[in-house]
Design a protein around this ligand. Structure first.
Ligand SMILES: Nc1ncnc2c1ncn2[C@@H]1O[C@H](COP(=O)(O)OP(=O)(O)OP(=O)(O)O)[C@@H](O)[C@H]1O
Length: 454
């Protein structure tokens, strides 16, 4: 038991004995303490019942026989660390010889029942060491993000995972997830997810660029923090061309700064904007596209030309944007080959995948068909009444059930206004900078006079 666990037990016991007024945190600590004690007391017998013990080593049996002592019992994985959390417990286990991480994963449902927990998930930390995360209640029912999260540049805590940990959108992740695709049926929670992302990025040193094909209703209220916005496919085509031109300029800058000579050690050769010195580094850009299918649909030859131009620009940004610090966040209801040529090529570049509730298996396949059949199944099973629940995966095949906190448009607007002074001025995108004049009189659709009735 760690010192923290002992302290928790003592505080709860003291508060109980001294009959302090018991606030909400007391009941939370009480529940976590009970769960901790329950797991510790039942650990050996539960692991044995779940088939997670190994017979004693031969030398122990021989020693017991030689010294005429009782035979040693089978041994469960050794507890390396036990950490109570706000939502339950985290156990770090050292596997015994002959066990593997799959044994623990396969037994997680049995462990959940045996320890009377709401959920148990496991993951391998390194060879022979597995982390078991236990939650005492459904943490996704009412999402509460922890007060302290690990933030660093270009890493946004965007949602809570089913196991109680925080789900980050990390643009500089070592697993390379620079671009992402978010899918979901209408009213499934895509906009709320995207709003959380904008709210998380707003205080960072980053330029936000938006293409909102819903006539700007989602992103234009957040305009103070956006360096460029487009609300129709024509402006979107020009904006994307400007981004491609900027990307070429950034590549030229990186090239100019490489100064490769035979004496320069490898580490000093710049390969992307993050290798450049601070004073030369161009501002990274996150491009948010809402309702991407609108950019890919066309009804005339002219619109078809525009569509090809847009998709080509998006594919180029997805292929080459990462090194130039340009990251794509694409959002839509469906994103498959029925949207025409270039779409599957673009989708293959969008490594991060998030699927909210979908209406059919084909839509779930568009998100995960090429990376994980289990995630497809999980996406189909999202209940309609749990709006905001999503499956987040990446090209490694790993996936999690997540839910973003319910951030209202008002909260997101307030946050963007508070950080408006951080909005970078990018000369290449100046023509697309949203006008921030006071509210214009909205055009009111003409109403037909109804015939007078007697
Ligand atoms: N994480 C969440 N927690 C709680 N409620 C949510 C969450 N996400 C979405 N909702 C609820 O679902 C409603 C619809 O969400 P949202 O507007 O994000 O859906 P959408 O997928 O963007 O829909 P559309 O495609 O029609 O614009 C929201 O008004 C909100 O009440």
């Amino acid at each position: 038991m760690t010192g923290f666990t002992v302290a928790l037990v003592l505080v709860v016991a003291a508060a109980g004995l001294l009959r302090w007024r018991r606030p909400a945190w007391y009941w939370l600590a009480f529940g976590v303490t009970l769960a901790t004690l329950r797991v510790l007391v039942r650990y050996g017998s539960v692991m044995d019942a779940c088939g997670l013990t190994v017979p004693p080593a031969r030398w122990r049996l021989a020693l017991a026989r030689a010294t005429n002592r009782p035979m040693p019992e089978s041994r469960p994985p050794r507890i390396l660390r036990l950490r109570p959390t706000r939502t339950g417990l985290v156990l770090r286990l050292k596997l015994r010889p002959g066990q593997d991480a799959f044994d623990i994963a396969a037994a997680s449902d049995r462990l959940r029942h045996s320890f009377s927990m709401y959920g148990v998930t496991s993951r391998e930390l390194r060879s022979g060491v597995v982390e078991l995360r236990m939650t005492g209640y459904d943490v996704l029912k009412r999402v509460q993000m922890p007060a302290a999260t690990e933030t660093r540049p270009m890493r946004v805590p965007v949602a809570l995972r089913q196991d109680g940990s925080v789900h980050y959108r990390d643009y500089r992740d070592y697993r390379a997830i620079p671009h992402a695709l978010t899918l979901g049926a209408t009213e499934s929670g895509k906009s709320v997810y995207q709003r959380n992302l904008v709210a998380g990025l707003a205080p960072m040193e980053v330029a936000l660029v938006g293409i909102d094909c819903k006539q700007g209703v989602e992103l234009f209220p957040l305009a103070r923090r956006f360096s460029a916005l487009a609300d129709n496919p024509d402006t979107a085509a020009e904006l994307l061309d400007a981004l491609v031109a900027r990307m070429a300029d950034v590549y030229q800058l990186i090239r100019a700064q490489q100064r490769i000579t035979v004496d320069v050690p490898d580490a000093e050769i710049a390969a992307d904007i993050w290798d450049l010195p601070d004073e030369l580094r161009p501002t990274p850009i996150v491009v948010l596209v809402d309702e991407v299918a609108e950019l890919a649909l066309f009804a005339s030859r002219e619109e078809e030309k525009r569509r090809d131009r847009i998709i080509t620009a998006l594919v180029r940004l997805a292929q080459l944007g990462r090194a130039a610090g340009i990251y794509l966040e694409i959002c839509g209801q469906r994103f498959g080959s029925e949207l025409g040529k270039g779409i599957t090529m673009l989708r293959a570049q969008l490594t991060g995948r998030t699927a909210h509730r979908v209406n059919d298996e084909t839509s779930a396949n568009m998100a995960f068909g090429d990376i994980s059949p289990d995630a497809v199944l999980a996406a189909i099973q999202i209940p309609a009444e749990m709006r905001g629940i999503a499956i987040a995966g990446d090209s490694s095949g790993g996936w999690h059930r997540i839910r973003a906190p319910h951030t209202s448009l008002r909260q997101a607007v307030n946050l963007c206004n508070r950080h408006a002074d951080r909005t970078p001025d990018l000369p290449e995108l100046a023509p697309f900078r949203p006008a921030l004049a006071g509210p214009a009189a909205a055009p009111v659709p003409p109403v037909k006079p109804s015939p007078a009735t007697a």
